[in-house]
Design a protein around this ligand. Structure first.
Ligand code: MG
Length: 371
């Protein structure tokens, strides 16, 4: 038997066995579809304070897609920094309803492009839909998303646990509660930076990452603060200056050894090339990118430019956190603790063992509502 006969035989057999096993037919079904949208309040265990604002709860928007008896879950975490609200997110989702309900969800790449046309801002609404569609697709194929994307679940990173800005007593308590996490992320950018870091350092010698959330207003202030942090065992600094201060951040980068990561300065792939001379890396978040598919493109672009990659989150339930966790084997740093900062997570999904993210084995996102 020569090669071409073998190949013809293979194709013939494959096509025949696909038909016999019903795979070709199974992946074409287009039953009745529904999209449900619901706002749910997530309560924070501690008042959450960063340089911009302070909150005790977040109203997130949950999406449930159903077709062929399979449910796909999605979540949007609207963020005031990007002009988003739960109400506006719901109206964007409602405006996209008929297009979503009539689309073929298996063609999730095409559908993502359609979502980008239907929803031009409110990236968290796009994220909710992309997450829900991918969860549905994974369940339809009966495979976890990390398998659909070809990723090794053993390669998940360690996640930091974030310590919001607070009084010394509460900061000490938060550090104690984070005992299981080998690396902490400390929020700064208000007037008490020194007090925050000294309090943390008085109770732990763990490696620290620091996030100023655009809180330092001049390059000179940022330079002084970063040189001080370099002496405190801090591994990296996130968004030291306002996102618009790109020139100043470039100036800063030439004068410090610590890696500087962009967060507020980067939402999607198109933002990345302009940042590569000012930042050492980027913080990718599903709520900014508009979902896992765009996050994967961002990761590829950042890698091509030699940049480091952090995968972060907003205050989110286990739905959006699991979606990020599914692509986390691709990144250098993770900050996927949004679900750990709330007291009423309506779902369970990925878990954390000694700081390392553990992916659920179930299909799709691998999340389930808490009964
Ligand atoms: Mg940040």
């Amino acid at each position: 038997m020569n090669n071409s006969t073998t190949r013809r035989g293979f194709f013939k057999t494959t096509a025949a066995s696909l038909m016999a096993s019903g795979i070709a037919g199974r992946y074409q079904s287009q039953g009745k579809s529904t999209m449900e949208v619901k706002v749910q309040r997530l309560n924070l265990t501690h008042t959450w304070t960063i340089s911009r604002n302070s909150s005790d709860f977040k109203d997130n928007v949950f999406v449930r897609l159903t077709r062929d008896g399979i449910t796909g879950w999605g979540e949007a975490a609207p963020n005031v920094r990007y002009g988003e609200s739960a109400q506006e997110t719901v109206s964007k989702l409602e405006a996209a309803r008929s297009a979503i309900e009539s689309a073929n969800w298996l063609h999730y790449t095409d559908l993502k492009a359609r979502i980008d046309e239907l929803i031009t801002d409110e990236s968290c609404a796009k994220a909710a839909l992309d997450i829900a569609v991918l969860d549905w697709v994974g369940k339809k194929f009966n495979q976890p998303l990390f398998r659909i994307f070809g990723l090794d679940p053993a390669r998940t990173p360690v996640t930091t646990f974030s310590i919001g800005i607070d009084t010394p007593d509460v900061v000490r308590q938060k550090v104690k509660e984070a005992a299981a996490f080998p690396v902490l992320k400390i929020k700064v950018g208000l007037k008490n930076d020194q007090e925050m870091l000294e309090t943390v350092r008085s109770v732990t010698d763990k490696p620290l990452r620091v996030d100023a959330n655009e809180g330092w207003k001049t390059k000179e202030e940022a330079l002084e603060k970063i040189r001080w942090l370099e002496g405190l065992g801090v591994e990296l600094i996130e968004q030291p200056l306002p996102s618009a201060m790109l020139e100043e951040t470039r100036w800063l980068r030439e004068r410090v050894n610590m890696p500087i990561l962009a967060d507020e300065a980067v939402k999607t792939t198109r933002d990345i090339p302009a940042l590569s001379s000012a930042f050492d890396g980027i913080n990718v978040k599903l709520m900014k990118s508009g979902g896992p598919q765009e996050a994967l493109t961002m990761i590829k672009m950042a890698r091509a430019l030699g940049m480091k990659i952090m995968l972060g989150c907003m205050i989110e339930s286990s739905v959006a956190i699991a979606a990020a966790a599914q692509i986390s084997p691709l990144v250098d740093y993770a900050d996927l603790d949004g679900n750990l900062l709330i007291s009423n997570d309506p779902f369970k999904g990925s878990t954390v063992e000694k700081g390392k993210i553990v992916l659920p084995s179930g299909p799709g996102l691998g999340v389930e509502p808490v009964a």
